[in-house]
Write a protein that binds this ligand. Structure first.
Ligand code: ADP
Ligand code: MG
Length: 242
């Protein structure tokens, strides 16, 4: 991003949510986004995820100027490259873990056999192979977030975007989720951009960018990222890219 601004026009008033961002995130990085509420973190994530466009400024994703794309092209690129994880899991409640994970492939019109195979693989990666027929209400919060991560992996994204993914979880479970992210980053080379307001959680990333009042106030390398070792040890070994 270069000189990115986002202004929400509410008619009477305008909210200047991003005020000139210059930032580059490199392939394979694990970046935490921090900062007080209202600082522009979610707005930034929406720009990165192409869920919305900058009011002005340049955003390039893998060399593609996003402003040159129409809505359909943007959706295509989004489905091909990006996976999303949210604070509230956003699972369908009357649908099993496996079916929840299959959903993105349904939209991508993948044949059923391949869809199911991929969904099982994704559940295996997050350590939930034995829970595929459970409904969300039969799973703990941490397990539900794992299902959501598996769903985000379905279209084999190169980038995962997570907005406060541990916001609804206790600290132990949060560390487990960070372990999964670390493993996806290390073993599969997936780029991670994750919003958190907890400094302890940010220490699992390699770089911390702090927002305030729509601007980047700090951008620092984490000298020695914390390692969620337990989880990494206990997870099944899965070959890179299957
Ligand atoms: P954070 O995620 O850091 O809490 P946000 O990006 O959600 O911050 O919000 C940044 C600013 O933009 C806030 O002042 C917020 O009220 C405003 N804002 C966010 N989304 C919208 C929207 N859809 N319409 C109008 N204002 C918005
Ligand atoms: Mg937010």
């Amino acid at each position: 991003m270069e000189g990115v601004h986002k202004i929400y026009d509410l008619g009477e008033i305008q909210v200047h949510a991003l005020r000139g961002l210059d930032v580059t995130i490199y392939p394979g990085e694990f970046v935490a986004i921090m900062g007080a509420s209202g600082g522009g973190k979610s707005t930034f994530m929406n720009m990165v995820g192409m869920l919305d466009r900058p009011t002005r400024g340049l955003y390039q994703l893998d060399g593609v100027d996003v402003s040159s794309l129409d809505k359909v092209e943007m959706a295509h690129l989004r489905n091909r490259k990006l996976g999303f994880v949210f604070q509230g899991f956003n699972l369908l409640s009357r649908t099993t873990a496996l079916e929840n994970v299959e959903l993105p492939a349904l939209y991508a019109r993948l044949p059923p056999e391949e869809r199911i195979e991929r969904a099982r693989e994704a559940l295996r990666i997050v350590g939930l192979a034995d829970r595929e027929h459970h409904y969300p209400s039969q799973l703990s919060g941490g397990q539900q977030q794992r299902v959501a991560i598996a769903r985000a992996l379905m279209n084999r994204p190169s980038i995962l975007l997570a907005d406060e993914p541990t916001g609804n979880l206790d600290s132990r479970t949060s560390v487990e989720i960070m372990g999964i992210f670390q493993r996806l980053n290390k073993e599969r080379g997936i780029t991670l951009v994750l919003v958190t307001h907890e400094p302890d959680i940010a220490q699992y990333a390699q770089r911390v960018i702090t927002f305030r009042d729509g601007k980047i106030r700090r951008d620092e390398v984490v000298a020695h990222p914390a390692v969620a070792e337990e989880v990494i040890k206990n997870m099944p070994v899965v070959g890179a890219d299957d």
